[in-house]
Each structure stands twice: as C-alpha cells, then as structure tokens.
Design a protein around this ligand. Structure first.
Ligand SMILES: Cc1cc2nc3c(=O)[nH]c(=O)nc-3n(C[C@H](O)[C@H](O)[C@H](O)COP(=O)(O)OP(=O)(O)OC[C@H]3O[C@@H](n4cnc5c(N)ncnc54)[C@H](O)[C@@H]3O)c2cc1C
Length: 429
C-alpha cells in the first residue's frame, strides 16, 4: 500500500512509504489498536504471519471486557459461550459454586482474533500476512522487513506481538524469568450434547502451587489448562497435574487422544519489582498487550488488558488522553502533510500520555496484584491457607461470595481485595 499523499512526505524514502503507523502482531491488542486508529482516518498496517489463529489460551473474556468493549457481543456471527456458573475447588478439596449476575464469555481464540482483526480491516487497516523479521530506524521513521524480504516504511512503530515479543526484545529486551508464567493446556473436542458440565467453569487451586487449573467450556470444545510461575514446577510436573485434572473431569478416564490437542505458552506475570520501572513506549514506538507485560499476575488473564492498552494507546495517539495536553478529535481527518515524524514532539506527547494512561487505568492495580500474588496462593488468612479459607467462607457467606463473584467478573480491585474480604467475613460473625 502506498499512502494517498506519499509525494508530500518529508520522509527519506518517499516512494515506498507504506503507512503512518505499523503494528507488529494482529492479536487482540494489535488488531484493536489498528481498528481504533483506522476508524479515525489514520493509515495503519498490521503484520501477522498467522492472521486469526488458535493461540494457546483459555479464551475467557471477563464480564468487564464484554461490558467495556461492547462490539464483542454485538458481533453475533462470531460464536462464544456465555458462562454464569463457576465452581472453585480449594487445595483442601472444599468446593463452592458461584452464580454470576452477569456472564463472562469464552471464545475459541481463532474466533475472537478473527472478530477483532476483521473489524480492523473493515475500518480501513491494511493487513499483511507476514512476520516482521527486522526493523531499524530510517530517517525520522522506521524501515520494517517482512519475512518475504519486502521493506515497509512507517513513522510510528507498535509492538503487539505477544509474550515472546520480537519488538520488545529489539527495543528494550525480553522479560526475565521472574516476569513470566508457564501455561499448558488441552482443547478437547466435544460432540454436541455429550457433556453434562459444559455450561460450568471449574477452577482448582492445587496445594503449594503458585497458580491454578481450569476447565472452560467453549462451543464444541472443552478447554483445560494449568498456569504457574515459570521455574516453580518442571514442565513434566505441570503436564502430570493437568493430565490428572482432565482425567478426573471425565470421571477417571482420559478422553480419546484423537479428540485432544495440546498447547503451551508463556504469560507475562510481572514480579512486583518490575512495575515501577516498566516502560511501554519510547521515541517513535509503543508496546501494547502481552508485549508490554500487561496481564493479571494472579490469574494470567490478558485479553482485557490487550484491548484496554490498545484503547489507551489509540487515545494517546489520537490526542484523547484527558491529561490536558491532547489535541482532541481533530486528528481524525488529519492530512498526511500534518503527520509527524517519529521523533516529533507530537509523538513524544502521545507516548508520555500513553505511559500515564495505562498506569492510571490498570497499572497500579496490576502492580498490587503482583504484590499479592505470593500471599494469594501461599499465604494464610487467620491461620488457614488463603484460597481454602476464601472457599470455606464463600460456602457460608453471601458477602464473601459477592467478592468472589466480582473478582471472577474482573470487577474486584486487588487494592481492596483483602480489606473487602475481611469486612465481609466479619459481617458474618
Ligand atoms: C495457556 C494460556 C491461557 C490463557 N488464558 C487466558 C484467558 O482465559 N483469558 C485471558 O484474558 N487471557 C488468557 N491468556 C492470556 C492471553 O492469551 C493474552 O494475554 C492475550 O492473547 C494477549 O493478546 P496480545 O494481542 O497482546 O498478544 P497475542 O494474542 O499473543 O498476539 C500476538 C500476535 O503477534 C503475532 N506475532 C508474533 N511475532 C510476530 C512477528 N515477528 N511479526 C508479526 N506478527 C507477529 C502472533 O502471530 C500473534 O497473533 C492465556 C494465555 C495462555 C498462554
């Protein structure tokens, strides 16, 4: 794609300028950002070698995400399963079932990714089904090289390429081991009507374990997984734990191997010491979603943060940042003559605004979740294992169930979780 007014650019290589903004990665973060920017008239190009694909994931989209990103449920031709019933099993085998007032959605990741990517293309973003294998500064912008050797020239670069982000590695370095969790899972094809539990999510907290197991019903598929802090357990131990969980789910007999597909991947779950210095942007570039480290360190949930960080990055680039330095909506129809070079003050303002926006919106809460992580999985509550006490209290106490319900819907702040639990628990006595 050659932009409409390419001949007017004061760019080093006028003839092959490809777009104003180049996004590496077409998952939820990259595709949603592209959609927002393209809908405001900005020229955007997204690169992803896989397009919409079955990324290793539970596919659970919390209530808060479907409330804030209404387009998810409006797109009725992209099937999902709405779930209102969650059973939690404690390390001491106590169980509680929580009924959610408002459901969350579980998607096949191929379906969810195609919903968001299709929207971006409909909004006018250019999609290139290639990996970016190299990028370098060129003049006041960037030159990107695709895996088929084609060069692309852009002014502003966004890394939305996931937890193993190549963009991040080249710009600021990979996540250290303490900032990652390891997750494995199985997708098990379910013939329709064959599974009695298929409307219910199950979450199990194993003993002495910084993480959890899950069973998520999707349309026609059961998704099982286990996630734990990287390095705490070996891959073999995690796979054994997962295998036992799947077998228990099916009443002691593993499902037919032909119905099962295995997956594994890392999730950013930042250590509490990593948050204060965390940078999601620099001169002429920004990172969104997993590439930036934006996932809940306790649950590993990252789809909401992928969409939210994309939204905030779009707000910052479009000048809608509510920090008193925005340029308002006038950028929506901006002429290419006005588009800034990557080192311009306008992009510098936008990246500074983005840093403020993500930290204010969710950064502090996620930082607090990192602080809570060891206490949540391995701490105690009045002398009992915390997760076991939480389940025990929830069984008998509606107030505690409400806190858990809010947490499951993604609407309970970690900053107030312990205080709220204590308050509700003491209302009981
Ligand atoms: C096992 C597992 C279970 C999970 N379950 C949940 C869950 O239930 N709910 C939840 O909210 N979160 C869950 N997560 C986290 C969630 O998957 C991520 O947080 C989310 O996908 C992040 O979106 P993203 O767009 O930032 O990155 P991704 O979805 O990882 O997308 C990155 C994209 O970049 C592309 N890419 C990579 N390199 C390049 C390159 N060089 N050039 C071009 N493109 C490139 C990839 O093909 C990919 O499509 C889970 C994660 C794992 C591993």
């Amino acid at each position: 794609m050659i932009s409409r007014n390419a001949t007017f650019y004061t760019f080093d290589a006028l003839s092959d300028l490809s777009a104003e903004i180049g996004i590496i990665g077409g998952g939820p973060a990259g595709a949603h950002l592209a959609s927002r920017l393209a809908a405001s008239g900005r020229e955007v190009i997204i690169f992803d070698p896989k397009g919409a694909w079955e990324k290793p994931c539970g596919g659970g989209v919390p209530t808060r995400a479907i409330r804030e990103f209404g387009f998810l449920l409006e797109a009725s031709s992209y099937p999902n399963k709405l779930v209102r019933r969650v059973t939690i099993i404690s390390p001491l085998e106590r169980r509680v079932t929580i009924q959610l007032e408002r459901p969350f959605a579980i998607y096949s990741r191929e379906v969810l990714n195609s919903l968001i990517l299709d929207r971006a293309v409909e909004a006018g973003a250019e999609f290139v089904r290639n990996a970016v294998v190299d990028f370098a500064r060129e003049g006041s912008g960037w030159k990107l090289t695709a895996d088929d050797g084609r060069p692309f020239r852009i002014r502003f670069l966004v890394g939305a390429d996931g937890a193993a982000s190549f963009t991040r590695r080249r710009l600021i370095g990979i996540f250290p081991k303490q900032d990652l969790a390891l997750a494995f899972g199985y997708n098990v094809n379910e013939p329709i009507g064959s599974n009695g539990h298929a409307e219910e999510v199950i979450v199990r907290f194993p003993r002495d374990f910084t993480g959890y197991l899950w069973a998520f019903p999707r349309v026609g598929v059961m998704n099982f997984g286990v996630a734990s802090k990287l390095g705490e357990r070996t891959s073999d131990e995690l796979r054994r734990l997962l295998g036992g969980f799947v077998q228990d789910y099916y009443g002691g007999r593993p499902p037919d191997a032909a119905r099962m597909s295995f997956f594994g991947a890392k999730i950013p779950t930042l250590d509490v010491r990593s948050w204060p210095g965390l940078k999601a942007s620099g001169e002429g570039w920004a990172l969104v979603g997993d590439a930036a480290g934006f996932a809940d360190p306790i649950t590993g949930e990252g789809i909401y943060y992928a969409l939210k960080s994309a939204d905030l990055c779009a707000d910052a680039l479009l000048g809608n940042g509510h920090l008193g330095c925005g340029r308002g909506h006038e950028t929506a129809g901006m002429s290419h003559l006005d588009e800034p070079p990557s080192d311009s003050p306008q992009y510098s303002e936008a990246t500074a605004r983005y840093e403020h926006l993500w930290r204010d919106s969710f950064g502090r809460d996620l930082e607090h979740a990192s602080y809570r992580l060891p206490r949540f999985y391995r701490g105690t509550f009045f002398g009992h294992i915390f997760t076991d006490a939480m389940v025990a209290l929830a069984r008998h106490h509606r107030g505690v169930r409400t806190i858990l319900e809010r947490a499951l819907m993604g609407e309970q702040s970690y900053l107030t979780l312990k205080r709220d639990l204590i308050r509700r628990a003491f209302q009981f006595f």
